[in-house]
Design a protein around this ligand. Structure first.
Ligand SMILES: *[C@@H]1O[C@H](CO)[C@@H](O)[C@H](O)[C@H]1NC(C)=O
Length: 304
């Protein structure tokens, strides 16, 4: 206890003298600082026991990873039927041109699904798995505990919202991002959503021509009912006590909607992709490459 607070005081002093943008923010060094690794600049796969049995994940350490410098961490959840490698390829979170600073973790769902839809394996708590995973990463790598993020595609994006709505498992994250989110666990009202704090920064991107997770909601989607995206955003605007929103066209038929919450413009952000289907807007997408937007969004949010 004494030791770790001594470390964060030192880090804070160091960042003040470096004059970096984050100078005012205290980095919270995890217990994994000081441990060395032999795959810097690469991605490696590991497994451990958690809810659902043996769980595996891929982890990428950026080239600039340093054993004693706390790095941000992003956990990226794949879509239903997909793999960690698929998610790594789609997001390019292990490509230095997209992400040069964050440790990126790509976990695997049990039977390639995440908790929430009716087709997910019963009894598996991916919330418990997530907390076990984050603790494991913090114990083994040098992570800034105030900069842990969650991102996901489709079923994985819906699960990111499940985390954001969890009082016990969402509070460890500084910000959330989802694409084509399948919001099976947050269909209406607030009964299933009790965020650990308010406001919680959230970015969501969705195509208006999404046939799997319809932009306007679907009572009979593959894993159960899902809400209309504008209605769900309205509920987060309330949860985040946002005062208003503004919309701008950023080109290629993409509308960016930004809510001002707790005095911060864009704390809740939505990309409405006109005519876009059910797919992660990847680097080859004609309308938007979402990952740089997500990384920028994460970079501007630190857990208080
Ligand atoms: C709702 O989901 C079902 C199952 O995926 C699909 O067959 C149907 O077309 C969807 N409806 C809309 C309006 O998207």
């Amino acid at each position: 206890m004494f030791f770790s607070s001594a470390i964060s005081i030192l880090l804070c002093a160091a960042s003040v003298f470096s004059g970096s943008e984050a100078a005012a923010v205290h980095k919270r060094a995890s217990s994994g600082c000081g441990k060395s690794h032999n795959f810097i600049g690469e991605t490696k796969q590991f497994s451990f026991e958690s809810s659902g049995g043996t769980r595996t994940y891929r982890i990428f350490l950026p080239k600039g990873y340093k054993v004693n410098s706390p790095q941000p961490l992003v956990i990226a959840y794949h879509g239903s039927g997909k793999t960690p490698k698929d998610m790594e390829d789609l997001t390019k979170f292990s490509d230095e041109s997209v992400n040069s600073k964050m440790v990126a973790v790509f976990p695997a769902g049990v039977e390639k699904h995440w908790q929430g839809p009716s087709y997910a394996k019963e009894g598996v708590s991916d919330k418990v798995f997530t907390t076990d995973l984050v603790n494991r990463i913090k114990d083994n790598y040098c992570i800034d505990e105030s900069r842990v993020y969650a991102a996901g595609q489709s079923n994985g994006g819906g699960f990111v919202n499940t985390l954001a709505c969890s009082p016990d498992h969402g509070g460890q994250f500084a910000a959330f991002a989802a694409s084509s989110a399948a919001l099976y666990t947050d269909v209406n009202g607030d009964e299933t959503c009790h965020p650990a704090r308010s406001p919680l920064p959230f970015l969501e991107s969705h195509g208006t021509a999404d046939k799997r997770i319809n932009y306007n909601g679907n009572l009979t989607a593959a894993g159960g009912p899902v809400p209309a995206i504008p209605e769900w955003l309205g509920r987060w605007a309330k949860r985040n006590k946002c005062s208003g929103s503004s919309s701008s066209n950023i080109g290629n038929d993409v509308e960016q909607q930004q809510w001002t919450c707790a005095g911060e413009k864009g704390l809740l952000t939505h990309f409405k992709l006109n005519g876009h289907g059910h797919a992660y807007p990847s680097s080859s997408d004609k309308q938007l490459f979402l990952s740089p937007k997500i990384i920028d969004f994460f970079n501007s949010h630190t857990k208080p």
